[in-house]
Design a protein around this ligand. Structure first.
Ligand code: C2O
Ligand code: CU
Ligand code: CU
Length: 523
């Protein structure tokens, strides 16, 4: 039974979440098993092979052309050791250019795989680097300028797991695919004939590309059977544009043990875990009671993201505890996270994110034309169209547009940082190697959600959208929330990034990135 039928069925009975679990047990037999990405360790010569390839994947009733690394969809989880050099040989068998970026890895610009690291169709590229950072769950994905959203939507994404001495000594759950489980969550949308339905247009340039189908490691609402005890979930929000808000269906606590760039000082207990696009959190869940439950995502107040079925909680993964017992534990303390250094006299950089008002207007209008009232459902007061009502010059722009002014409007460069759309050839500034810098990122021009990501560093959040960061967001991060306010981060770069292989800083809403909300910088 497909999720859609399940939802229809549960709608007939009442709210899905109000159903006791056993009444849903009838569907269990039909539920797919959670696919586990292969754990790929470097060979005896410290090499890893990655083939970028096209294939086919069945998603329920849809049978789509998909792209993957070493397979039809998604990619392996590459397991790395801190301090151990590695060469990755990448072969692009697609008939278009791509790049392969190491999101969250502190590696030199030359091997970072940003938009300058193009691999031609049929071409190869080898990169060598030595991970020199704390244990962390990172990921890799394409970064082809203007095409990142589409290439990720087609299925290109994989995990990178870094281990170090500290993480190896902890007795966290460690059995890959058993009690140490990757959970890559993405939404997709399909055409009538079952193909991935991607478009970069004025609507998606404004609010991002989103779908009506939620996939977990590429499967629809799969099930994972795990030994009783502590279960580690390595969560990745791999969506192009959708922020998620994880919870357990029975509200059991989630113990966050790591953020983007490594372990926290100690576990942080939450019942809801909002996650931005590109972010990772490792959480431990106590399943020693033997009771099944769902990992779910709750509705979020982000433009367009409350369109059905996401106006209601959506199941992500069914967890079924087994009779056997797990051996991992939840330690009281995890890792040393240094106190923030003094902020006196640091270089400060201001990054002002902005969207062309015409794009704002046209994108909103396209969204409402397509989805009607649903488009704004769940939005906070003043968050949705409020900024339009307040800003008469923008309303004037809309009138202008309705008289044909919007025709021929080019959205491809309509998202900007400091007034400029991304320019591949002109880095915006040079950061100083080995020096802390304070970056002040402002999204005051609009009320959109901008998960801001910086290459080449794991930073610390000083303030997030005008507030002190939550406990589980105070450790190592590479993405920060900017949503109508100002966020400040403390960055430091330990590697070079020359002009030819500049590092990127950008919004990780991939359609914002692809339409200009990105800058290059050198170190
Ligand atoms: Cu995950 Cu520059 O990207
Ligand atoms: Cu990145
Ligand atoms: Cu953005």
């Amino acid at each position: 039974m497909q999720r859609r039928d399940f939802l229809k069925y549960s709608a007939a009975l009442g709210v899905a979440s109000a159903l006791p679990l056993w009444s849903r047990a009838a569907f269990a037999a039909e539920r797919p098993v959670l696919p586990i990405p292969n754990l790929l360790t470097p060979d005896a010569r410290n090499q890893v092979q990655l083939v970028v390839q096209a294939g086919k994947t069945a998603f329920g009733p849809h049978n789509a052309t998909t792209w993957g690394y070493n397979g039809n969809l998604l990619g392996p989880a590459i397991s790395l050791r801190k301090g151990q050099a590695l060469t990755v040989n990448i072969h692009n068998t697609l008939d278009e250019e791509t790049t392969l970026h190491w999101h969250g890895l502190e590696v030199p610009g030359e091997v970072d795989g940003g938009p300058h690291g193009v691999i031609t169709p049929g071409g190869k590229r080898s990169v060598t680097f030595t991970p020199d950072q704390r244990a962390a769950t990172c990921w890799f994905h394409p970064h082809q300028h203007g095409k990142t959203g589409r290439q990720v939507a087609m299925g290109l994404a994989g995990l990178v797991l870094i281990e170090d001495d500290e993480s190896r000594l902890l007795r966290l759950p460690k059995q890959w695919g058993i009690d140490d489980v990757p959970v890559i969550v993405q939404d997709k949308k399909f055409t009538a004939d079952g193909q991935i339905d991607y478009q970069l247009d004025v609507m998606t340039a404004a609010v991002g590309w989103f779908g009506d189908t939620l996939l977990t490691n590429g499967a629809l609402y799969p099930q994972h059977n795990a030994p009783k005890g502590w279960l580690r979930l390595r969560l990745l929000n791999g969506c192009n544009a959708r922020s998620l808000n994880f919870a357990a269906s029975d509200k059991r606590p989630l113990y966050v043990v790591a953020s983007d760039g490594g372990l926290l000082a100690e576990p942080v207990n939450v019942t809801e875990l909002p996650m931005l696009m590109g972010e990772r959190f490792d959480v431990l869940v106590d399943i020693s009671d033997g009771k099944p439950f769902d990992l779910i995502t709750l509705p979020v107040s982000q433009m367009g993201m409350a369109v059905a079925p996401f106006d209601k909680p959506q199941p992500v993964l069914r967890i079924q505890p087994l009779l056997v017992t797990a051996s991992g534990t939840l330690p009281d303390t995890l890792a040393a996270v240094p106190a923030l250094p003094s902020l006196d006299g640091l270089t400060q950089r201001k990054l002002q994110l902005s969207m062309d008002p015409m794009l704002d207007m046209m994108g909103m209008q396209a969204l409402m034309n397509k989805y009607g009232d649903q488009a704004m459902a769940g939005m906070h007061h003043g968050q949705s169209m409020g900024h339009m009502n307040m800003d008469h010059s923008k309303m004037g722009g809309m009138g202008h547009m309705n008289h044909g002014g919007g025709k021929g409007f080019d959205f491809h460069n309509a998202n900007r940082i400091n007034g400029q759309a991304f320019d591949m050839n002109t880095p915006m500034f040079a950061a100083q190697k080995g020096q802390y810098e304070r970056w002040v990122i402002s999204g005051e021009g609009d009320m959109m959600l901008h998960p801001f990501h910086i290459h080449g560093t794991q930073f610390r959040i000083l303030s997030e959208n005008g507030q002190a960061p939550a406990a589980h967001r105070s450790g190592w991060k590479d993405t920060v929330r900017v949503e109508g306010g100002v966020s400040e981060v403390l960055v430091k770069f330990e590697h070079d990034a020359p002009k030819e292989f500049a590092y990127m800083a950008h919004c990780h809403l991939l359609e914002h990135e692809d339409t200009g909300m990105m800058l290059g910088f050198t170190v």
